[in-house]
Write a protein that binds this ligand. Structure first.
Ligand code: GSH
Length: 196
C-alpha cells in the first residue's frame, strides 16, 4: 500500500505527479501543513522536519521528494521513469536527481530571498552557472534526452515554482519546456488534485 501525505500548492505536487505518471493505486492524505498539522507528534514521527511530501510504502517511510521519486522509479521499472542499475544513463540520471535538491533549489531559494553569498563558499555555486546548466539541458526535449523521466518531474516542478515567483529569468527555453510538461495528462490530473 502506498500512502502520500501532501499539501496543496507545495513541493508535494511532484510526488503526486509521479504517482499519476505511474498509474498505480495510492492513497493521498491531504494535510494542512502551513496550518501546523505537520507538527503533530504523529506526523513528526514520519517526517521529523514536519514537511511535505512523505510517502509510506508498506511501513517504509520516505520523507523527501527526491527520495520518493527515486524510490518509485525503482519500484515501478515498467513505468520507465528512471534508469536502472547497469543502464549507461544511470549515472547522469542520479546526478540530475540530486542536482535538484543540492543545487537548483538552494540557488533559487537564495535568489528568491535576495541572499548574497560567495559562490565558492557554498556547495551550489553561482546562480548564473545554475541557469546556464539548466538552459543547456533544454536543448533536448527532456533533461535526459528524448525520453521523459522522473528528472523532468523534479526539475520541472522547481522551474514552475521559480517562474511563478520570478526567481528565474523569463526565457523561451524554460517556457516551451514547461508547456511540454503541462500538456501531460498525468501532470493535469496531479494539478487538478492539488487544486481541488
Ligand atoms: N526537501 C524537501 C522540502 C520540503 C518542503 O520544503 N516542504 C514545504 C512545502 S513546499 C513544507 O512542508 N513546509 C511546511 C513547514 O515547513 O512548516 C522535499 O522536497 O521533500
Amino acid at each position: 500500500m502506498l500512502t502520500l501525505y501532501y499539501a496543496k500548492k507545495t513541493r508535494s505536487i511532484r510526488a503526486l505527479w509521479m504517482l499519476e505518471e505511474i498509474g498505480c493505486p495510492y492513497e493521498a492524505k491531504l494535510i494542512d501543513v502551513m496550518g501546523g498539522h505537520g507538527r503533530t507528534d504523529e506526523y513528526l514521527r514520519l517526517n521529523p522536519h514536519g514537511k511535505v511530501p512523505t510517502l509510506v510504502h508498506d511501513g517504509a517511510v520516505i520523507p523527501d521528494s527526491t527520495a520518493i521519486l527515486l524510490y518509485l522509479a525503482d519500484l515501478f521499472p515498467e513505468a520507465k521513469l528512471g534508469f536502472p542499475v547497469g543502464d549507461p544513463e544511470r549515472g547522469p540520471y542520479l546526478a540530475w536527481m540530486l542536482y535538484t535538491t543540492g543545487v537548483l533549489e538552494p540557488s533559487l531559494t537564495a535568489k528568491a530571498n535576495g541572499w548574497t553569498y560567495v559562490p565558492s563558499r557554498v556547495a551550489w555555486g553561482s546562480f548564473e552557472d545554475m541557469v546556464a546548466r539548466l538552459r543547456g539541458a533544454m536543448d533536448r526535449p527532456y533533461v535526459m534526452g528524448d525520453r521523459f523521466s522522473a528528472v523532468d518531474i523534479l526539475i520541472g516542478g522547481s522551474i514552475q515554482w521559480a517562474s511563478l515567483y520570478g526567481a528565474l529569468p523569463k526565457d523561451e527555453k524554460f517556457g516551451s519546456y514547461l508547456e511540454r510538461l503541462a500538456a501531460r495528462p498525468a501532470f493535469q490530473r496531479a494539478a487538478a488534485k492539488d487544486a481541488a
